[in-house]
Design a protein around this ligand. Structure first.
Ligand code: FAD
Ligand code: NAI
Length: 471
């Protein structure tokens, strides 16, 4: 193997964290290499996560709407048929277009793309087992670990990605299962349950906690979301734990019981989706050889400048602390490169939005009500239902609400929670408000175009300090 020249920065992992850092470093004039083992850039997000799941969510929603929500709109359609293979092809086209786009951006920004699996040979050298065979090694003054995460397995249930699947299998099924059971009512569980339930599966979601949505979702919003998803046909078993599973027969049998113990019940299904969270992925990096360790949850430990105890080795994205979100990984990537090039960088962890792309979407930023209660914060609430918003009404899509949480004394916005059409786009305004330390009155006195869904955002803010006009 011929070691290539020493780089200013070597990045292990070409996911959102790694590829964004690589492009940013290239833009800043650093000599940079990015090592990725899957044969395509973009990581989990582009290849098996955000992008393919949103393609299926979008197209399954369209299919479901054409089946169930056209007559009242004055549209008579003939036979509607699902062509699952074509739906998957549409997904693949979106994915491959985007991953190739990153390769183009690498070339444009002089990033060396090394296709292979990287492992530490010493503190500055990464040995790479190349995808096409053979080995090379690359030295870096700085090294960035961005190796991401993998789905957490359920003990005793072996994943075959056909009958017992993770999200990776759930975006690639070749037929619609008659019965699907989802272990875990977090974001992956609910997004994938939405896709397959819209396409015709009978879906049951088993959730250990008393509410769906995973960590962070506001209680009131989670309850509304569950109600609306139930109306679409999804079944929920909350406060219920899966005790064991058996996939040896034709389908899959799950033994479930009340989370606090109780009578057991067997659920039989054709496919079981395991969606109980993700865990950091650092396998095979040979971290031990350079004395780096992970914490009890498998996360690489870093300081506020993303440095490990070896200060030239930094870590960003899913394999370290914080929410496992693509946009969080992206912000960290930029900040980490800025620490290298400028000596300072910043991510505001208090203003990272979350979006669940179900229908209606759920989106939030900042604190939720249960957190404020726990912290003893003196807060006020203002909300506005989409049923009183003109645009939502014309769209015949008016389930949900916008909810503001603000400091009772200063009116500073502490959190924004939206369930409703386009919540995922609308939360950008809430994030900006939080980032700039806005008050609800700042929002209420800002002109919003009519008729738009965003007017519900403005009026919810107005309801926090005074009175909305339309409710
Ligand atoms: P990853 O994307 O996991 O990338 C790490 C990369 O490193 C991988 O490509 C891996 O092959 C590579 N790698 C690992 N070890 C090595 C090695 N030794 N050598 C070389 N390469 C290596 N987030 C959102 O914000 N919005 C969403 O809508 C969303 N939807 C999701 C849907 C699903 C089904 C899933 C599973 C996740 C979703 N996420 C979403 C989360 C998002 O995908 C992650 O937060 C994001 O991908 C994290 O980026 P990362 O670069 O840290 O890790
Ligand atoms: P999650 O942490 O969001 O939810 C997992 C759920 O499973 C929790 O509600 C938990 O209580 C439950 N659970 C755990 N063990 C259980 C058991 N034995 N029986 C029943 N329920 C059990 O994790 P999820 O949904 O797997 O997603 C992983 C990560 O991927 C998330 O952290 C999220 O950040 C990211 N993601 C983001 C998306 C988005 O932004 N739209 C989409 C998909 C994933």
């Amino acid at each position: 193997a011929t070691p290539s020249e020493e780089k200013d920065l070597v990045i292990i992992g070409g996911g959102v964290a790694g590829y964004v850092a690589a492009i940013k470093a290239g833009q800043e004039g650093l000599k940079v290499a990015c090592i990725e083992k899957r044969g395509a850039l973009g990581g989990t997000c582009l290849n098996v996560g955000c992008i393919p799941s949103k393609s299926l969510l979008n197209n399954s929603h369209l299919y479901h709407q054409i089946l169930h929500d056209t007559k009242n709109r004055g549209i008579e359609v003939g036979d509607v048929k699902l062509n699952l293979a074509q739906m998957m092809k549409a997904k693949e086209t979106s994915v491959s277009g985007l991953t190739k786009g990153i390769e183009f951006l690498f070339k444009k920004n002089n990033v060396e793309y090394i296709k292979g699996t990287g492992a530490f040979e010493d503190e500055h050298t990464i040995k790479v087992n190349l995808v096409d065979g053979g080995e090379t090694s690359v030295r870096g003054k700085n090294i960035l670990i961005a190796t991401g995460s993998e789905s957490t397995p359920f003990p005793g249930l072996e994943i075959d990605e056909k009958k017992v699947i993770t999200s990776t299998g759930a975006i690639a099924l070749t037929e619609v299962p008659k019965k699907m059971t989802v272990i875990g009512g977090g974001i992956i569980g609910l997004e994938m349950a939405s896709v397959w339930s819209r396409l015709g599966s009978e879906v049951t979601v088993v959730e250990f906690l008393g509410q769906i949505g995973g960590p962070g979702m506001d209680n009131e919003v989670a309850k509304q979301s569950q109600k609306l998803l139930s109306k679409q046909g999804m079944k929920f078993k909350l406060n219920t734990k899966v005790v064991s599973g058996d996939a040896s027969g034709e389908g899959v049998k799950l033994e479930v019981e009340a989370a606090k113990g109780g009578k057991a019940e067997t659920i039989e299904s054709d496919v079981v989706l395991v969606a109980i969270g993700r865990r950091p992925y650092t396998k095979g990096l040979n971290l031990e050889s350079i004395g780096l360790e992970t914490d009890t949850r498998g996360r690489l430990v870093i300081d506020s400048e993303y440095r490990t105890k070896l200060p030239h080795i930094r870590v960003v994205g899913d394999c370290t602390f914080g929410p496992m979100l693509a946009h969080k990984a992206e912000e960290e990537a930029v900040a980490a490169v800025e620490f290298i090039t400028k000596g300072f960088g910043h991510v505001n962890y208090g203003a990272i939005p979350s979006v669940m792309y179900t229908h209606p979407e759920v989106a939030w930023v900042g604190a939720n009500e249960q957190e404020l209660k726990e912290q003893g914060v003196n807060y006020k609430v203002g909300s506005f239902p989409f049923s009183a918003n003109s645009r939502a009404k014309t769209n015949l899509d008016s389930d949900g609400m916008v909810k503001f949480l603000a400091d009772a004394e200063t009116d500073r916005i502490l959190g924004v929670h939206i369930i409703g059409p386009n919540a995922g786009e609308m939360i950008a305004e809430g994030t900006l408000a939080l980032e700039y330390g806005a008050s609800t009155e700042d929002i209420g006195r800002t002109c919003h175009a009519h008729p738009t869904l965003a007017e519900a955002f403005k009026e919810a803010a107005m309801n926090t300090y005074g009175k909305a006009v339309h409710y």
